[in-house]
Design a protein. Structure first.
Length: 341
């Protein structure tokens, strides 16, 4: 309700009350109308002045401050000073909206703080494991380097493997950081996606044979499938996804790569028939160092950053990746690429 309407109704109520009381005692319509006019006019002016000076002006000031804070300084200057026609109602709505936004902001900050704690804990753990192993091997080497050279070489090889793991961790973390900040540019080019898939399958063929996994890419994709992307980075995406499917697939299982043509994109799916993933894990699957089965993941190797890198590469291409899975049936990772034509 507008301020002037509120004052008018209040003044009418006062005027009618006084005029009815006057009529009750004097019984004259003439004096009733005179008392109504005088009381209505006086109360309207008094109420308008008092409410405007001591209440309404302060509400307008509060509303203006809230509105300008919501807009931000630069946008406020571009729009000019905004004056509401009904600040009494609008201030309530503004405060509710502002409170809701602040609540969401606080919840987001809490989630980010929790994520930061988990990330630091995971980084510490991932680095600590190979470092302690290297320390142990070096201490053992001191004792057996002269008495048992063969054992010394064995421990040197183990230390070297852990140093390589540390190197991979640092490289992957550096890659994610550069992708997030835009320091690692996306070198767009047009290329045929089908030869890239066959190239990755050839690279991972020995690993698939060792894990008794069959890699399937049907010959129906013999025609050119031209995409516009960074070939080397999409190669890394495919390697990470197919490697994961081999690692966590079942024995004598299979991994298939499929390409579907959409309107202005291609949809690529990497599907395995392995142990699958429970639904509660799916939303966190692309987080850094997130592992469903920590013991098995470390036994299989890897840094725990593969899927995080995949997600960042595709987001840098302004594309999406999703996952769907059913326990004991299999998992499908699906991502899109822009058509190159």
């Amino acid at each position: 309700m507008k301020f002037s309407v509120l004052v008018l109704i209040t003044a009418l109520a006062v005027g009618l009350s006084i005029s009815l009381v006057n009529y009750h005692f004097q019984g004259s319509w003439y004096y009733m109308l005179i008392s109504f006019g005088i009381s209505f006019g006086t109360s309207f002016l008094v109420f308008y002045y008092l409410l405007e000076k001591y209440i309404y002006s302060k509400i307008k000031l509060i509303y203006k401050q809230i509105h300008n804070l919501k807009l931000g300084k630069d946008l406020k200057e571009a729009l000019g000073e905004y004056v509401s026609s009904d600040p009494i109602n609008d201030v309530q709505q503004e405060v509710q909206e502002w409170a809701g936004a602040k609540k969401k902001e606080i919840e987001l900050l809490k989630k980010q703080e929790q994520f930061r704690r988990e990330f630091l804990s995971n980084v510490s753990h991932e680095f600590k494991t190979p470092l302690f192993a290297i320390q142990g091997y070096i201490e053992t080497l001191k004792d057996c380097i002269t008495d048992d050279p063969e054992m010394a070489i064995k421990f040197l090889n183990k230390a070297e493997n852990n140093i390589e793991r540390l190197s991979y961790l640092i490289t992957d973390l550096d890659s994610i950081s550069k992708l997030e900040t835009g320091e690692m540019p996306i070198n767009y080019q047009r290329f045929d996606f089908v030869p890239l898939v066959k190239e990755v399958i050839d690279i991972l063929e020995d690993k698939a044979l060792a894990n008794k996994t069959k890699l399937i890419f049907k010959e129906k994709y013999a025609y050119p499938t031209i995409v516009r992307a960074d070939r080397e980075k999409i190669r890394q995406v495919l390697i990470n996804l197919i490697q994961n499917s081999i690692k966590y697939g079942k024995e004598n299982g299979s991994t298939s790569i499929k390409v579907f043509e959409l309107h202005d994109q291609f949809l690529i799916e990497v599907t395995d028939d392995g142990m699958g993933i429970e639904e509660k894990h799916l939303t966190r699957l692309f987080e850094r160092f997130y592992r469903i089965d920590s013991h098995r993941s470390r036994k299989e190797g890897g840094t725990g950053l593969g899927l995080a890198i995949v997600k960042h590469i595709l987001e840098a291409h302004q594309q999406t990746i999703s996952v769907r899975s059913t326990p004991n049936i299999g998992t499908t990772f699906a991502f899109t690429l822009q058509k190159g034509n």
